[in-house]
Design a protein. Structure first.
Length: 349
């Protein structure tokens, strides 16, 4: 029997109770070996070169050097996949912007087993992820586009856009959205994310992007200039009544392992959208969204897949591409331009 090389994990948390929980839980997985821990960021800086972990779990809030500043200082010299283990905290998104690949919410009084299952799965994914460090330009506030060729309702050609992403998607989606104008056609975004974080994520996009972005709720109208982020723990579908489109949010079973599921959103678009539509599938592990995107393409949708080079994890876009669901592949930096060129071509028809 060929021995399996275990994934070497280092745990960084200032709480002894949290460290013990993480070490015990992660060590119970046959493919994971916890090679050590650090009690704060400075301790981690010293130990990483010695322990040589494949993946690090990191608390965001720690005394002294916090997780965000640690990542900014540490990752350029040690591009190590980092999973944030955090309470419900807006700073998680700042840490993701600094280069962390994913995050998991610390458990409340109950839910330990589900938490450990989620964390171990994220460690397995992170061990294969590419670390994308932010450029200096990405750390500054973007100059927002205000108008484009997207306001095509006036030409009688309505368009709806669906976007799905998972691991690495919070920052990748932001990179796309901040390049789009305020008058973008109505959008629905599915980003795999724990409950409590989708509203904070939508608020962050709303602050950094030209269009209005908010967490969707059942019955919201989908209209130009508005992007709705599907709420965590609900399945999101687009529903048509005549020429009016609304968002349906229901607490259904997980599909392709997720709630919300990109497949559910994309299939609803294939089934219910009578106007022009665009599907975008971005970085993430697994195959969520691939079948739904294929159904959209068969209904005439223009479909974009993020390319391998720019993905943190080239899983979902790869499966979609291999199934023939993707019309065109583009880098994260070029997806917005690819979309805008397509919208411009529609406006000229």
């Amino acid at each position: 029997m060929i021995p399996v090389n275990k994934i070497r994990v280092m745990v960084v948390d200032d709480s002894m109770l949290a460290r013990s929980m993480l070490i015990k839980g992660l060590s119970s997985h046959p493919q994971i070996e916890v090679v050590g821990y650090a009690v704060n960021a400075l301790d981690a800086k010293t130990k990483v070169p010695q322990l040589k972990p494949d993946v690090m779990t990191l608390d965001v809030e720690m005394p002294g050097l916090n997780g965000i500043d640690f990542l900014k200082q540490f990752l350029p010299d040690h591009p190590l996949p980092v999973i944030l283990v955090s309470s419900l905290n807006l700073k998680v998104f700042d840490a993701l912007a600094a280069g962390a690949v994913d995050f998991v919410r610390k458990p409340e009084k109950e839910g330990y087993e589900a938490f450990i299952h989620t964390l171990t799965q994220k460690v397995l994914i992170a061990s294969k992820a590419k670390v994308h460090l932010p450029s200096s330009a990405a750390l500054t506030e973007p100059t927002l586009p205000t108008h484009g060729h997207a306001a095509i309702n006036s030409l009688g050609k309505q368009v709806l856009i669906g976007l799905g992403a998972s691991t690495g998607g919070t920052e990748a989606t932001l990179e796309v959205m901040k390049r789009l104008p305020a008058d973008i056609p109505g959008m629905v975004i599915v980003q795999h994310m724990p409950p409590g974080f989708t509203k904070m994520y939508a608020d962050r996009l709303n602050r950094l992007c030209a269009m209005e972005v908010r967490e969707g709720k059942d019955g919201d109208e989908i209209r130009p200039g508005l992007a709705l982020v599907a709420p965590a723990d609900y399945q999101a579908r687009i529903v048509r009544t005549g020429t009016r489109y609304t968002l349906s949010c229901t607490y259904g079973e997980k599909v392709t392992g997720h709630r919300p599921s990109v497949n559910v959103l994309f299939r609803s678009m294939a089934d219910n959208v009578a106007c022009k539509m665009v599907g975008i599938i971005m970085t993430g592990m697994g195959e969520d969204g691939a079948d739904g995107l294929l159904a959209m393409r068969k209904r005439g949708a223009y479909t974009i897949g993020q390319d391998k080079e720019s993905c943190v994890v080239y899983g979902m876009p790869m499966v979609a591409y291999n199934k023939g669901a993707v019309v065109i592949q583009a880098s994260c930096d070029n997806i917005a331009g690819t979309l805008m060129r397509h919208l411009k071509s529609l406006s000229m028809q």
